[in-house]
Every structure is written in structure tokens, then in C-alpha cells.
Design a protein around this ligand. Structure first.
Ligand code: ADP
Ligand code: MG
Length: 681
């Protein structure tokens, strides 16, 4: 019998009405019910009251002393009774269980479970039993399920126990023997039985470990299989990369590529030459040199007869990339153009026409770049950033225009590889591990607000030595307007303090032209100190800037602080980061500690995850992070890594697709619609 097909009504005790309720919880089949695992357990092991803390939930055994007292008030009732537990005399209190009154007799032994109020020597009883009573919970560990209002915990326990009795012998194994053998996992039927009713904590853990692995493994298998299937469809662009031309381009760069860059470039060029559409994540610390890698890819696509696009989050960045790409590509006669929200109608019309005729080789811009009315003649490669990660939506916009380009997504917030692979599991991941040679680690200090004078002295010293500084302004949550006001205030203060210094101001309410003008002056060194809101954050590259001052640093996220710090340390000079903060929160303190202890972006990301949890890390919308029923992304990290490797190995083995041993896994993929749909969910 296929328990995936067997309706939940088949379980004894589930009537038509309850079946509907279960359905509303996503439980349709017997298998769904069996896989409805508890989110925690209640431990009815009898304890010694002396070891119990105030407010804890506990199970104790004692003797009833004296008569029970029942009080009734407005339809409710309170039943109380003295109970001697070891040498404690306590008051047991039941609410709305008046029917128990006649059963409580002096000198009778009783087991009480409830919340202990040490000060009043009182226990609010949630469960009580007489020793030896049939179906007793005493000494057991009971599952706690999430249930709806019209359903009791007790009913759920009973129905799941019943389902186990009826069907546990029929629960098929999903994992192949190679894997259960490798890890010594319990068989699936046994693990499911024990996860619902473990006889001890250790046993519950063992069962859970297997189910966690299984969940992560199946998730990974889905991603890996999906990728394998889309690859075999091969409906992307197969680009003929002109390797000698690309090599010449690389040789002409003012520096040597790092080993990491070389490796990543070859991964990208390899994908571009394959008939499937590349979907690759390029991650690397700030300053690791991602942009030049992207430029090489764009150059290769143009040389192969295609157009390229570079999509960035802000106009400042678009302008910066526009300039640097133009400079790099000019000697080779490539046409680079820019399209942003502030292009005029006329510019836009001309540009779109040129683009469609193939007169533009590389288009740089904000998200305006893939809007419905933008048509490329032949788009080969799109480079974008994390915030514009190409989801199914964007891909389908492009597809409707008859394009399925290679896509390279860059992220400047490196995340642990394992997490990257999981969170962005439909992508290949390339990592720039090393920074270009000769970079000096940025010296970082956390100081209190009272030390502002010293900070000003620091600015004086760096600027006096011919360097430049950034000052990031106090952060007001949720209020761009107040942030702007802060920036204006700080700008005035600094200008008063340093009357002879040229100090620039940059914030989000300035027009693109104004921002551009200021950035340009800062880049050229005509502005010595730039006061800015966080609009400066991503990717801005001014190698002569050596000092980053951040106000209210404890209020920024760690990854954001690291991003900001990454604006300095980009040239040959020693750079500094001064974090002004009087942390009021534990998280704030931890952040300051992390920032002063390490400059390694991967380490920062790891700590950020610890401090915030993965949901916050990615922001809810763009996260695409999967939610698991049993597994926990952070706590089960290592299991996830194993599961990922195991799934990858399996999918690459041809026997997986045909062998009888893998039938259950293929059936699972079938149910997940891996073979008939492009959509991953
Ligand atoms: P990212 O985008 O990864 O933050 P960038 O691509 O902006 O980093 O590179 C940071 C700086 O390092 C740029 O000025 C760039 O020209 C320079 N750079 C990139 N690769 C190398 C290299 N291999 N050797 C020396 N400098 C490099
Ligand atoms: Mg390709």
C-alpha cells in the first residue's frame, strides 16, 4: 500500500470532520500524518522537587494530605489540595477540572505535572495521574504537536499513535542502503516511530538526526536533480569564446590576476561555452576583485558575438562601472552604454534602438535594464548582484523576449560555502578566496562617542598625509529623511572644525547628477573627506581613501559594517576604520568585538549569522532560504553539508537514474515535479 496515496481518514479515530481539520493543516494522507513530527517533547520523568527552579515545568510524585477544596466563579472552577512531595508540603491547583474532586482522597499517591511556583509553594497542574493507572504518562516522554484550536494535544497524540500501530510496518525506506549504512541510520519506519514516542532523550535525538538528514538530503537531491535536468535540456546560449583574445585582454590589465581569479574566470568561461544557461554565484570578500572578473566575462561574450549587461543596485555604482568598463574596453573598440532611471526619454529611445540593432556591446544600468521594453539583439551574458538575483521571474521576462543568457550573480557578502550552496542551491558557486597581494589588513577601533576629538584628530592626520576619509552618518532607523538631516549636520560640524578642508556631502535625496559630481570630485581627490549616508555602501572604489569613520556603528548589521569598511584598504596605504559606538545591546557589543577582531569577510558573515539568524541575514524577501520542517539551518549545518555532498554524488552517478535501489528517490522527485517544471519551490 502506498501511504502517500492513502487518505488520512483511513486511520481509526479520524472521522470526516477531523479529516477536514487535518487537511487544513496540510495533512491529507497517512504519510503526511506520520511525518507530522512534534516540535518538542514533554518529559514526565519524575523529579526531585529540590532540584526544580521557580517557574519550571516538572513532574513529581507525592501523597495527598487533607480534603480537596473546590471554588466556583463565573462558570470557572479552581480545585486545590495539599500534597506532600518528599518533605515539601505544596498546594496543587487545577483549573476547570472540578470533576476530579471526588477522586482526590487523603493518603492517596498522585503524580502531578505542572508549573512550579516556588514562592507560593504551589503547582499549577496541567496533568495528574494515579500511579499504576492504565495509559499512564508517568516516566515517559510525550510529543507536543502544533494543533489547531478545535483539536487537543491528547487527540493528536492518540491519532498519531494509532497511525503508527496501523501502518508503521508499511512505511517504506526512502534512503538508499548505501546511505543508511554509511551513517548507521535507523530504518525509516523505526525512526518515525521513535520521533513520535521516544523512550528516552538519546533515542529521540537519534531518530531526529535521521529525519533531519533525510529532509536535507531530499531537499538537496531536488536541487541537484533539477540542475541536472535543466542542463540536459541545454537551451541556453553556447558561446564560442575567443581564448587568445581573452588572454590578451587579461595580459593588458595593470595587474596579474590572483590564483582565485584565474580559477573563477575559467569556471565562467567554461559555462559560457556550454549549451546550458549558466547560473553562477560569484562570491568574494570586498575588494577581492569581482568586478574585473565580471569585465573579463563581458569581454568574452562580446568577442563571441553577443551583448553583455551589467546590472547594479544604484546609479552611483552604474556610473562608476560605466567609467571603468569604458576605460577597460575602449582600446578594443567595444561600445559601452548606460541606462538608468534618470536617463531622459530621448536618451532612452536612442539607446534602446541602438541596443536592438546591436550597436551597443555592453549595457550598464540599474534594474531599468531588463524592463519589458528593453530588447537586446543577442544577449549572451548578464552580470548582476545579489539584490537582483535572477529569480524565475526575471528569467521568464528574458525568455519571453527569446533570450536565455548566461547569468553571473555577484555577492559582496560572502557567506559560508555550505550555506551558499543551500540557499542558492540552484546555482553553481564560485568563490574568490584570496585578496590581491600586498593588501594590508584594515586596522579597526571601536571608540565611545565621547572620544570625538580624537576621531577628528585622526581625520586631520590622514588628510594631512594626502589621504582621504569617509564619515558615515548616524543612523536613524526607517527614516531616510532624518538620516539626511544627520548627514547635513555632521557635514556642517566638520566644516566648522576644519575650515580649510574640502568636505563633500552625499545622501539619497540628491539628484543623480549631484551625487555623480561629488563622487567624481572625491575620486579625483579634490574632496578630502566625504560625509555620507549609507548610499555609499556598495562597491565604491577610491584607492586613496584610508579612513572610514562610522557613527552609531553598533546599530548597523555586521555585514553592512564590513561592506562599509571595505571602502578603504583598497590601495597601497595602511587603512583604518573607526567605529563610534556606545553599545547598549549585547548584539551591539558582539558586533564591535567581531569587527575589531577580524577583517575576514567569511568570518564576519559567520558571526553575523550567529547573531541574527539566517532570516535577517538575507532579508526576508530576497532570501529564498528554504524552511525546513524538522531541520534547523544553523544547528544542523554539518548534516546539511554531508547531505549536499551525498546528493551531488548520487545524481552524477548514472545508476541513480535507472537502478531499482533508487526508485523511491526518483518517485520523490517525480512528486516534486522536478521533471516537468521549471519552477523550484
Ligand atoms: P570587489 O568588486 O570584489 O569589491 P574590485 O573588483 O572593485 O573588488 O577590486 C578592488 C580593487 O582591486 C580595484 O581597484 C581593482 O582594480 C583591484 N584589483 C582587482 N584584482 C586585482 C589583482 N589581481 N591584483 C591587484 N589589484 C586588483
Ligand atoms: Mg552557456
Amino acid at each position: 500500500m502506498d501511504l502517500h496515496q492513502c487518505e488520512v481518514r483511513e486511520v481509526h479515530g479520524v472521522g470526516a470532520q477531523k479529516a477536514v481539520e487535518l487537511n487544513s493543516m496540510g495533512i491529507f494522507t497517512v504519510m503526511d500524518l506520520l511525518e507530522y513530527v512534534p516540535f518538542r517533547y514533554e518529559d514526565y520523568t519524575v523529579r526531585d522537587l529540590a532540584s526544580v527552579k521557580d517557574g519550571d515545568r516538572v513532574t513529581v510524585q507525592g501523597t495527598i494530605i487533607g480534603e480537596p477544596v473546590l471554588q466556583r466563579y463565573s462558570g470557572k472552577s479552581r480545585l486545590s489540595c495539599k500534597v506532600m512531595v518528599d518533605s515539601f508540603l505544596l498546594t496543587a491547583v487545577w483549573f476547570n477540572r472540578h470533576f476530579l474532586k471526588d477522586r482526590l482522597r487523603p493518603q492517596q499517591e498522585i503524580v502531578l505535572t505542572g508549573k512550579w511556583d516556588a514562592r507560593r509553594r504551589q503547582m499549577s497542574v496541567s496533568d495528574s495521574e494515579f500511579p499504576g493507572q492504565a495509559g499512564s504518562n508517568t516516566g515517559t516522554i510525550q510529543p507536543v504537536y502544533s494543533v489547531t484550536a478545535s483539536m487537543t494535544q491528547k487527540w493528536m497524540r492518540k491519532v498519531i499513535a494509532q497511525a503508527l500501530t496501523q501502518y508503521s510496518a508499511m512505511i517504506p525506506e526512502v534512503l538508499p542502503a548505501s546511505i543508511t549504512g554509511k551513517y548507521g541510520f535507523l530504518p525509516r519506519s523505526k525512526a518515525l516511530a521513535l520521533i513520535h514516542t521516544p523512550s528516552g532523550v538519546e533515542e529521540g535525538k537519534q531518530a531526529r538526526r535521521r529525519m533531519v538528514y533525510e529532509e536535507l538530503f531530499l531537499f538537496q537531491l531536488k536541487l541537484q536533480a533539477y540542475r541536472a535536468v535543466t542542463r540536459s535540456k541545454a537551451d541556453g546560449v553556447k558561446q564560442q569564446v575567443d581564448l587568445p583574445a581573452v588572454r590578451a585582454f587579461v595580459r593588458a590589465l595593470p595587474f596579474q590576476l590572483t590564483e582565485s581569479q584565474k580559477k573563477v574566470v575559467s569556471e565562467i568561461l567554461h559555462d559560457m561555452q556550454e549549451p546550458y544557461a549558466m547560473n553562477r554565484l560569484l562570491q568574494g570578500d570586498v575588494g577581492a576583485g569581482k568586478t574585473v572578473v565580471a569585465a573579463i566575462g563581458l569581454y568574452a561574450t562580446v568577442k563571441a558575438g553577443y551583448q553583455g549587461a551589467l546590472m547594479v543596485p544604484t546609479e552611483i555604482l552604474a556610473e562608476q562601472h560605466m567609467r571603468s568598463l569604458s576605460r577597460m574596453f575602449e582600446p578594443y573598440g567595444l561600445q559601452v552604454a548606460m541606462l538608468t532611471g534618470s536617463s531622459t526619454d530621448r536618451q532612452r529611445r536612442d539607446l534602446l534602438a541602438s541596443l536592438q540593432m546591436g550597436l551597443i556591446d555592453v549595457l550598464v544600468g540599474t534594474h531599468a535594464l531588463i524592463q519589458e521594453d528593453v530588447y537586446f539583439r543577442q544577449l549572451g551574458l548578464v552580470v548582476t548582484d545579489e539584490q537582483h538575483r535572477f529569480g524565475v521571474n526575471q528569467r521568464s521576462i528574458l525568455r519571453r523576449k527569446g533570450m536565455n543568457p548566461d547569468v553571473l550573480t555577484m555577492t559582496a557578502t560572502p557567506i559560508p560555502r555550505t550555506l551558499a550552496i543551500t540557499a542558492f542551491g540552484d546555482m553553481d558557486v564560485s568563490t574568490l578566496r584570496e585578496l590581491p597581494k600586498g593588501r594590508k589588513p584594515i586596522k579597526t577601533y571601536a571608540v565611545a562617542h565621547g572620544l570625538l576629538e580624537r576621531v577628528l584628530g585622526f581625520i586631520q592626520r590622514e588628510v594631512g598625509a594626502g589621504r582621504q576619509a569617509y564619515v558615515i552618518c548616524p543612523l536613524i532607523e526607517e527614516s531616510d529623511k532624518l538620516d539626511v538631516q544627520n548627514a547635513i549636520d555632521v557635514h556642517i560640524q566638520l566644516q566648522q572644525h576644519f575650515p580649510d578642508m574640502k568636505i563633500g556631502l552625499l545622501h539619497g535625496r540628491m539628484s543623480a547628477a549631484e551625487k555623480d559630481a561629488i563622487m567624481h570630485e572625491f575620486k579625483e581627490g579634490r574632496v578630502a573627506t566625504l560625509v555620507s549616508t549609507t548610499v555609499i555602501e556598495v562597491g565604491v572604489d577610491v584607492p586613496n581613501a584610508t579612513l572610514m569613520v562610522i557613527y552609531d556603528a553598533d546599530r548597523f548589521g555586521l555585514s553592512q559594517l564590513h561592506q562599509l569598511r571595505g571602502r578603504v584598504g583598497r590601495g597601497e596605504h595602511q587603512s583604518y576604520c573607526v567605529l563610534i559606538a556606545d553599545p547598549k545591546t549585547e548584539v551591539g557589543k558582539e558586533r564591535m568585538k567581531a569587527m575589531t577582531e577580524t577583517t575576514d569577510g567569511f568570518e564576519i558573515a559567520r558571526r553575523d549569522l550567529e547573531l541574527r539568524g539566517p532570516g535577517d541575514f538575507f532579508g526576508t524577501k530576497q532570501s529564498g532560504l528554504p524552511e525546513f520542517r524538522i531541520a534547523d539551518m544553523m544547528a544542523d549545518f554539518e548534516i546539511m553539508e554531508q547531505a549536499r555532498d551525498d546528493a551531488a554524488e548520487l545524481v552524477s552517478d548514472s545508476t541513480f537514474w535507472t537502478g531499482a535501489a533508487y526508485m523511491p528517490l526518483r518517485a520523490y522527485l517525480e512528486r516534486a515535479h522536478i521533471f516537468d517544471s521549471e519552477v523550484l519551490d
